[in-house]
Design a protein around this ligand. Structure first.
Ligand code: GLY
Ligand code: MN
Ligand code: MN
Length: 435
């Protein structure tokens, strides 16, 4: 991402914060996986959104009312030995030169410098509770100012979560961000096609997962969330990630997998037959879900509200469940009492961006939010019929979710996850065109 974009974002945020305020954000901490091995590091999305800086143990501070330096960074100092072991560090000099900091200091100096930056600020924008260890530093700073209050130091009297302002900015994706999201989706589509074409009975779920990861990694991406590859009964487990069972002829397999590219996520699901041909029962369920997805997508346009796609999907799913005999009763009454939730227990989508379940309010003043150009979301209806469901034996263990990614445009939406087969005929054609 062009460095100017980070500057613009900081300026925009500082305009909204107003003078007499300070914002403090900490980088993500490193997490131990086991013994002396760490989980692979992923920068905090808010921190990255404002800085583009990928190192842990760093802090950014924005002080819009300050005459001199308004954007201050704290980070690890350069260290020849540590860099030999663990890789390059920019150091405070690099933070100024490459990341546009007006001033930068070693992270060890934070507790000494932060109280001075806070002084004369009435409002502190800081999101408490995300990083309890860092919370303590911020509280210590405030307390040290309090101790000096009798000597004339002024203490901030208002703590405000930064999320409200910042997450509203993140909700609207600009051209560059949409371009990265297109790329994340494109890589994910290639991964899904590769997994479909590798699929055959007697392979294991993890073999399909490996195909996805191969395609993500060879394109400079990683996963945006652990891939779900669930076959048979596992297709009905929403967050199944063991991915360790054999694929049986006659079963469905549900893959929910998305790449993260340059910090932006895709989130895509397809459900297909292990043997490459949908059975009648699988097709019946699949076509209801597909119709629900199409009805939901039609609702994605400016002026409609957040819940319109979900409402449209629920209507089609409920009608379909009644037609198949899985629900009995009148459609409006069944919708009212949420009878569909036995087979459809999640919502039809969520915001998508740097986080797969991205930030941004879904309601404003207790009303569903209106869709506006630049908002990105998933459309992901599903039906899950676990074994034991009453009167539904022919559909047992069929789990179908169809999930695509869209961004709202001036007059509708752009499908980011294009090029991935969606109808049963398209999926069968791609699976039979094995390489
Ligand atoms: N992959 C998570 C979700 O679909 O929301
Ligand atoms: Mn999703
Ligand atoms: Mn998903």
């Amino acid at each position: 991402m062009n460095a100017k974009i980070y500057t613009q974002r900081r300026k925009q945020l500082m305009r909204m914060m107003g003078n007499n305020s300070i914002a403090i954000l900490s980088a993500a901490p490193t997490l131990i996986r086991n013994r002396d091995i760490e989980h692979s590091f992923r920068q905090d999305s808010d921190f990255f959104y404002l800085s583009g800086f990928k190192e842990t143990e760093s802090v950014i501070v924005l002080v819009p009312g300050r005459k001199g330096a308004q954007f201050i960074m704290f980070c690890r100092e350069r260290d020849k030995v540590k860099e030999t072991w663990n890789g390059y560090r920019y150091g405070p000099e690099g933070a100024i030169e490459h990341f546009g900091a007006d001033d930068a200091f070693p992270i060890e100096d934070l507790d000494e410098i932060l109280p001075g930056l806070m002084e004369h600020c009435e409002r502190v924008y800081y999101t408490i509770g995300l990083n309890t260890e860092f919370d303590k530093h911020v509280m210590d700073c405030v307390n040290s100012l309090r101790r000096g209050a009798r000597g004339g130091l002024s203490v901030p009297n208002e703590f405000v979560s930064l999320e409200h302002l910042l997450h509203d900015m993140r909700l609207f994706k600009n051209r560059e961000e949409i371009q990265l999201m297109r790329k994340a989706a494109k890589i994910s589509v290639q991964g899904h096609i590769r997994a479909m074409q590798a699929c055959q009975p007697a392979k294991y779920e993890y073999e399909l997962e490996a195909e996805l990861l191969y395609e993500f990694n060879r394109n400079g991406a990683g996963w945006a969330y652990p891939s779900i590859v669930g076959s048979g009964a596992n297709s009905c487990i929403l967050h199944y990630t063991e991915n360790n069972q054999p694929l049986h002829d006659g079963d469905m397999v549900l893959i929910d997998a998305g790449a993260e590219y340059e910090g932006y996520a895709a989130d895509i699901t397809r459900s297909f037959p292990v043997n490459g041909r949908y059975s009648e029962a699988q097709k019946e369920i699949y076509d209801v879900v597909l119709a629900a997805q199409e009805a939901a997508m039609v609702q994605v346009k400016p002026g409609n509200h957040w819940n319109d796609p979900h409402h449209a999907a629920v209507k089609v799913l409920t009608r379909g469940l009644v037609e198949l005999g899985l629900l009995k009763g009148k459609v409006p009454a069944l919708i009212k009492e949420k009878a569909y939730s036995k087979y459809y227990m999640h919502r039809t989508g969520h915001w998508l961006g740097m986080d797969v379940h991205d930030v941004g309010d879904y309601k404003v003043d207790d009303e569903w939010r209106l869709l506006e150009p630049g908002m990105a979301l998933t459309i992901e209806p599903g039906l899950y019929i676990p074994a034991g469901s009453r009167g539904a034996k022919r559909w047992w263990n069929i789990g179908v979710r169809i999930e695509d990614d869209v961004v709202v445009t001036k007059d509708g939406y752009e499908l980011l996850s294009k090029g991935l087969p969606r109808t049963t005929e398209e999926v069968e054609a791609v699976m039979s065109a094995k390489k």
